[in-house]
Design a protein around this ligand. Structure first.
Ligand code: AMP
Length: 373
């Protein structure tokens, strides 16, 4: 199995904060990065050796980018399919384009999972007016309508309580293909990140708990406050998905834990994930280093957690409090170098470490979060 030695160039499609943190981890191992992004001011472009700033389907730009990289990876899954296919025909792309396709489309994703015996919420595809009836009869309310493609951070989603709301949601997205899925009154939301190397070696991070505010990740709690048995099921599910996708790189799996302690997969992302940022400060090998190791064919590092951790996103003008954050000596601050703090924009994150335990003390997370405010 070919190993790409340090000094090789990792091409990253996408210039956001995930690309930036991949590039920083790559630099630490002696790799160089080329970033394909929309503008040369993007967060990843600012820390990379080479930048191709162009629309994602620009053929000349893709050619230049592919020629400069020894392996190409991506930091977001909504990459145009044609661009991903062209790259995979002309260079080594990791993870494979199939993983990207599955993650890009909720119908493909849920079908892929269900065919492998992995539970999702009950769902029905909405492709025309007739399927609205079928979806309403099968799923009913409460439910969530989601567009099949291009949804993130709650975009392209609507809560459905009446038949009329279902019609309105579908009209609201110009009758785009979508799914109606059952609303889950979950006990908590968790995620797991799995790394997989070309030789099939896997490394699975501890299961973490995610709390959202305004549909955007707010806090990650590592480890999740779930039973060891549930955590084991979540990890096994993550590893089964990595295996089934024959993936090289990382896959993040977002799941709901139901009130009966069942695991239900919500969605998958074949890339580093916001809910894995805590691994930079609390694990022996961060998710970003792990991804570099995987796509370059290096042995994976241990994903072991050396501390409990809380990670908090800094959204919009929350990052303007950087001075106060830095004045807390135990808080690790990570800023993404974005010049404009638009509402809802992820500007940075911060992490705090705590004593390593299997289970948090009762109210331990609440009091730690309160103290952090
Ligand atoms: P998604 O874009 O699918 O990750 O959804 C964003 C967030 O909306 C999730 O993290 C949940 O908090 C919530 N959500 C999505 N789907 C459901 C569902 N079927 N039931 C309950 N909450 C949901």
């Amino acid at each position: 199995m070919a190993v790409l030695p340090p000094g090789s160039v990792i091409g990253i499609m996408g210039g956001g904060q995930l690309g930036r943190m991949i590039a920083l981890a790559a630099a630490r191992l002696g790799y160089r990065c080329a970033v394909f992004c929309e503008t040369a001011e993007d967060p990843a472009a600012r820390v990379s050796d080479m930048v191709v700033a162009a629309p994602y389907e620009d053929p000349d730009a893709l050619q230049r980018f592919a020629a400069s990289a020894d392996v190409v990876t991506f930091e977001f899954e909504n990459l145009p399919r044609d661009a991903a296919n062209w790259l995979s025909e002309h260079t080594l792309v990791r993870p494979n384009v199939r993983s990207l396709e599955v993650a890009q489309d909720r119908v493909l994703e849920k079908t892929f999972l269900n065919e492998r015996g992995i539970a999702t919420t009950p769902w029905v595809e909405i492709s025309d007016a007739g399927s609205l009836d079928q979806a309403w009869q099968t799923i009913g309310a409460p439910s969530v309508f989601k567009t099949a493609r291009f949804g993130y951070d709650g975009k392209g989603q609507a809560m459905v309580r009446t038949r009329e709301q279902l019609d309105d949601s579908w009209q609201g997205v110009n009758q785009a293909r979508g799914v109606l899925e059952g609303f889950v009154d979950f006990a908590c939301e968790v995620s797991v990140i799995v790394a997989r190397a070309p030789n099939g070696q896997v490394a699975c991070y501890d299961v973490v708990e995610n709390q959202h505010a305004n549909h955007i990740l707010d806090v990650t709690i590592a480890p999740a406050r779930i039973t060891a048995k549930t955590a084991e099921v979540a990890k096994k599910t993550g590893m089964a998905i990595a295996e089934a996708l024959d993936l090289v790189g990382l896959v993040a799996v977002e799941m709901f834990v139901t009130r009966d302690d069942e695991i239900v997969v919500n969605e998958i992302a074949p890339r580093p994930h916001n809910s894995g940022h805590w691994t930079i400060d609390a694990c022996v090998t961060s998710q970003f280093e792990q991804m570099v190791r995987a796509v370059c064919g290096l042995p994976l590092g241990t994903p072991e957690r050396h501390s409990n951790a809380l990670m908090r996103n800094l959204i919009g003008d929350q990052a303007s409090g950087w001075q106060d954050i830095l004045a807390q000596p135990e808080t690790k601050l990570h800023l993404y170098g974005k010049s404009e703090a638009r509402p809802g924009r992820k500007m940075g994150h911060m992490t705090r470490l705590y004593e390593l335990t299997d289970q948090w003390a009762p109210d331990g997370v609440e009091s730690a979060l309160q103290e952090w405010n």
